[in-house]
Design a protein around this ligand. Sequence first.
Ligand code: FEO
Length: 394
Amino acid sequence: MKPIAMRPGIYWVGAVDWDRRLFDALIPLPDGTSYNAYLVKGSEKTALLDTVEPSMQHQLLAHLEHLQIGCIDYVVSHHAEQDHTGCIPTVLEKYPLAKVVCTPRAKGMLNDLVRVTEDRIVTVNDKETISLGDRTLEFIHAPWVHWPETMFSYLKEERVLFTCDLFGSHLAASDLYVKDEGQAYEAAKRYYAEIMMPFRSNIHTHLERLKGYPIDIIATSHGPAYDKPDFILKAYHNWVFDPPRNIVVLPYVTMHGSTRLMVEHFVSALAERGVTVQQFDLVATDIGKLAISLVDAATIVIGTPTFLVGPHPAIASAAALANLVRPKVKFLSVIGSYGWGSKAVEQLTGMLSNIKAEVLPPVIVRGLPREADYKALDNLADTIAHKHKENGFT
Ligand code: FEO
């Protein structure tokens, strides 16, 4: 792809990674991703905002060559993670006068992670500005979305907010701006669920701060930019501020069918009581879909057989993920089965210690479920429906 002009003298110079299917050796990328870098030319100075994943370095350099950029004065590093900073050393070598602009916290991290030396770094305080001549960049410190050193840049004259990972999406696209809002919403929600959700109280603070800035464009470091910023601001507002909904998320695994019988009965019982269920067989599930479902759910019920006394390893893995992303669920329970003994409930609840949810009575059966076990599942469904109603979850 060629550079894309956002405004005269402002260009997208990033890389689209259409074929990448895994991030952090964990997160599925069904729609690929992009690493967005932007070039801002002022009447006196030129700034490059972030770089790209090192494997895509050739694309960034080709953009700079295409635009015949002979001098870069500033390389703004919003966030030290290598998918945005990995090419900074090459850019500094190619542009020997360039200085990296970052938060004080990022300074040491840039040295640790990509070996940028102190003499090439200028740190900026919150709300500090740098003039490019006829254009001004204001830096807004935004720690813990999702790392501690993060900041945004606000291009005052053009009302463009560069937010790095915040508001981003893993979505490869040839368009600069979001075209398909349905697709963009799902991709952004997936990104929020996997990366940002544990930091929602900090995001809450930043969303409030951003109300003081008139914004025409939000340009992120992954996925298409937003030329209708209300779309993503409103979505984040809902995900961060709204109470959980009348939804049970039910990740499960079955080995010999007992847990499946319980899950089928339980899902039906919840549906009869007006509770929406999102059921995921973890053998076949895209864990990103599971993470998305956790954004709105009021309750998680985990269905597991017993595997060598504990929960099935696939369930343990999903529990570890849920514990890390810290959804706003209020209730938690476990259903499942065992052959000769089980500590699955104790182990699972221990694995979910970050989730501050009330643990509802589990239903664990030996072998195939009996009538009394189905009754216990009905009672659990009653309890959940009642708790959701009592709390006003709709
Ligand atoms: Fe896209 Fe946290 O790096």
